[in-house]
Ligand binder design. Structure first.
Ligand code: GLN
Length: 454
């Protein structure tokens, strides 16, 4: 009830929730209460969570923050949310996001932007919470849920976590089932939690993860008790510092934050090692070929026939065209056009195949660093703190917006786990985050090292 009241008070100004489900929440809480009374409590019994609008929730609003899924209420539950309910969690509602998870500021949502609960000192300007999981990050940061689900295709968990002073982890590709999560770029998409502390994120991750035969890329590997790894410490670990992440024109405060993070890890007994990931500079351009290519294929299903919005015309072709024209926003259309172009005959080899080759090289860079004794890699999470809602520069040039993902996309391209933890503030008092990148299926080291920084 406390969370429901907090949502009623704060959501009109933050716009973090696109659907609130109080009756649902109270009913689930009641059943939790009974299970607690009967000594049958699950590990998340009664914990109220917000769910990103990308996860299918049975009978409940699921629109990926798009107009094209107007009125869509799935007949089934996503595997990740089903795992959470199995463990006793309670759903407060569905969280705002960039349309189909395409964006870095939560401004492409059909429901309008989410407002970051943080303000720069001495300013009243509304700031973005990052994206695409902007609603998840803002809701956790503003205490409108105890934790939230999110997804990360190129940074959508880690970047908003960094801009709101919260913790976000994208696990190894294959750790969480993608079944029932609206697909953006299937070879990159991964679910993960956004929470207030590293420990909370570890607890949520333990419930969300797990093998699922319904997702052919889900990996059949044991899920450890991630929370047990949180206090493990970093003594004896080797932390890599990739020199290619020291970008030209990197703001001093990011540089300082990074050095500070390294100093903390060193003080706790880790060894710091300079490393090279030579293909880093190709990651962002290659990502913006691969992700739109897969998106254009995944989004072909929204045709006005099967779900959501339907705009009719004189024939079936009209129906497809009118529905898609009215249903998709600008950024989604841009991605579909780029994706269709790079997959088309004649350009497929020049763009798509080439980007896939670049992807292999990026993956190999990481493999070599890990083979050379590196246990985890520390980098900044974002190139700056939160920027203004409607920022002219960012919105006039999509490439500027894409640059927000410069430190995060490499991780998705390589399928690795990455965590963003709050590490400090900029000169205006806004939160800044650091990112730790780990070996495949070694999220435990990220939780341990993340704890040493937060
Ligand atoms: N900002 C990136 C994009 O727009 C990443 C989004 C995501 O991780 N879902 O593609």
């Amino acid at each position: 009830r406390g969370y429901i009241e907090a949502i009623e008070t704060a959501n009109p100004s933050l716009n973090a929730y696109v659907a609130v489900t109080p009756e649902h929440a109270l009913e689930m809480a009641k059943s939790s209460d009974m299970k607690l009374g009967a000594g049958q409590a699950g590990p998340l019994e009664g914990v109220p969570l917000g769910i990103k609008d990308l996860f299918a929730t049975k009978g409940v609003h699921t629109q990926a923050a798009s107009h094209i899924l107007d009125g869509f209420k799935p007949e089934y539950e996503s595997s990740v949310t089903a795992n959470l309910w199995r463990d006793g969690a309670v759903m407060l509602g569905k969280l705002n996001m960039d349309e189909f998870a395409m964006g870095s500021s939560n401004e492409t949502s059909y429901y309008g932007p989410v407002v970051n609960p943080w303000r720069a000192e001495g300013s009243n300007m509304n700031l973005v919470p990052g994206g695409s999981s902007g609603g998840s990050a803002a809701a956790v940061s503003a205490w409108l849920c105890a934790g939230a689900t999110a997804t990360d295709t190129g940074g959508s968990i880690r970047q908003p976590a960094a801009l709101t002073g919260t913790v976000g982890i994208k696990p190894t590709y294959g750790r969480c089932s993608r079944w029932g999560t609206v697909a953006f770029a299937s070879s990159l998409d991964q679910a993960g939690p956004i929470a207030r502390t590293v420990e909370d994120a570890a607890i949520l991750m333990t419930s969300m993860a797990g093998y699922d035969p319904k997702d052919s890329t889900s990996v059949d590997i044991d899920v450890p008790d991630f929370a047990a790894a949180v206090e493990r410490g970093v003594k004896g670990l080797t932390i890599g510092v990739p020199r290619e992440y020291r970008m030209d024109g990197m703001p001093d405060e990011i540089e300082t934050l990074w050095s500070q993070g390294l100093a903390w890890l060193k003080a706790e007994g880790a060894t710091i090692k300079d490393i090279s990931l030579p293909h880093t500079k190709y990651a962002l351009p290659a990502y913006y070929i691969v992700a739109p290519a897969e998106a254009s294929s995944n989004l072909a299903r929204y045709d006005g026939v099967k779900y959501g919005l339907r705009v009719t015309g004189k024939d079936i072709t009209d129906l497809y065209e009118l529905t898609r024209a009215a249903g998709f926003g600008r950024e989604v259309k841009r991605r579909v056009m780029i994706g269709t172009y790079v997959l088309s005959a004649g350009y497929y080899d020049a763009y798509y195949v080439r980007a896939q080759k670049v992807r292999t090289l990026i993956k190999r860079d990481f493999e070599l660093a890990f083979a050379d004794g590196v246990d985890a890699i520390l980098t900044p999470a974002t190139p700056s703190a939160a920027f203004g809602v409607g920022d002219e520069d960012m919105n006039a040039d999509p490439v500027k917006m894409y640059l927000n993902d410069i430190f995060t996309v490499t991780v998705n391209m390589a399928g690795l786990p990455g965590i963003a933890v709050p590490a400090g503030k900029d000169a205006k008092g806004l939160p800044l985050g650091l990112q730790l990148i780990g070996k495949p299926f070694d999220e435990e080291t990220l939780f341990a090292a993340g704890r040493a920084i937060e």
